[in-house]
Design a binder for this molecule. Structure first.
Ligand code: PGA
Length: 250
């Protein structure tokens, strides 16, 4: 939810080790000097237990990178929302473009995952974003609206409890960032779509993601509808992540 400050989420993707995680978290915790924002780290499932211990008593919240659309049962390899709750997970990324692209996740499936997370008291971070071909064909708005519409449709009045992350696919891991104006334009579209669905659209944090880094974070975060960031590569380096948190506290 869009609380008082920005929401800054590190998406570690499939990176880390017991040793690397311990040192990254120690460096992050040592460098955080105020709490005017909410920081979150989304770790691989196998490290959630480790992260739960490392983050205990800190202001940094724990997140997962996915969640099953099913509640329990014969779903080999899946991890349920209630299992995530057992490990203190407060946020779950759903519908990341890498899941949509490499695992065939559809809008409807992503919407079910968001629903399952909400039912377990976990805030889903719903990712939307267009590919380069879609942007060049002038379809950006239509694509992100279609992706968000599925989640709105499945979640009804609970929609004010989600977080949205706009991540243009062409900007993820490429070093090519949307300009602050491009991000704001899409964020404003998403905000008005949320406004049409709920009287509490202002509560929804809309994050930008895609090559956000220490150099461009402040300008992106200065946009009126950019409520935080979903950060991949730069979240794996404590100094970079910390300087982005600093930008979020201004
Ligand atoms: P990036 O990844 O910051 O490395 O581009 C962002 C994301 O995929 O969430």
């Amino acid at each position: 939810m869009r609380a008082s400050g920005k929401l800054m989420v590190g998406n570690w993707k499939m990176n880390g080790s017991l040793a690397a995680n311990a040192s990254l978290v120690a460096d992050i915790l040592a460098g955080i000097d105020n709490v005017s924002f909410q920081a979150v780290v989304c770790a691989p499932f196998v490290y959630l237990s480790q992260l739960q211990s490392l983050l205990v008593g800190s202001t940094v919240a724990l997140g997962s990178q996915d969640v099953s659309m099913h509640e329990a049962g014969a779903f080999t390899g899946e991890v349920s929302a209630s299992m995530l709750r057992d490990f203190g997970v407060r946020y779950a990324i759903v519908g990341h473009s890498e899941r949509r692209q490499y695992h065939g996740e559809t809008d409807v499936l992503v919407a079910s995952k968001a629903q399952r997370a909400l039912a377990a008291g976990i805030t889903p971070i719903v990712c939307v974003g267009e590919s380069l071909a879609e942007r060049e064909a002038g379809q950006t708005e239509a694509v992100v609206k279609r992706q968000l519409a599925a989640v709105i449709h499945a979640n009804g009045h609970c929609i004010s409890e989600i977080v949205v992350a706009y991540e243009p696919v062409w900007a993820i891991g490429t070093g090519r960032t949307a300009t602050p104006e491009m991000a704001q334009q899409v964020h404003a579209v998403l905000r008005s779509q949320l406004q049409a669905a709920t009287a509490h659209a202002e509560r929804v944090s809309i994050l930008y993601g895609g090559s956000m880094n220490a150099a461009n974070a402040a300008d992106l975060l200065a946009q009126p509808d950019v409520d935080g960031g979903l950060i991949g590569g730069a979240a794996l380096k404590a100094p970079d992540f910390l300087s982005m948190l600093k930008a979020a506290s201004c």
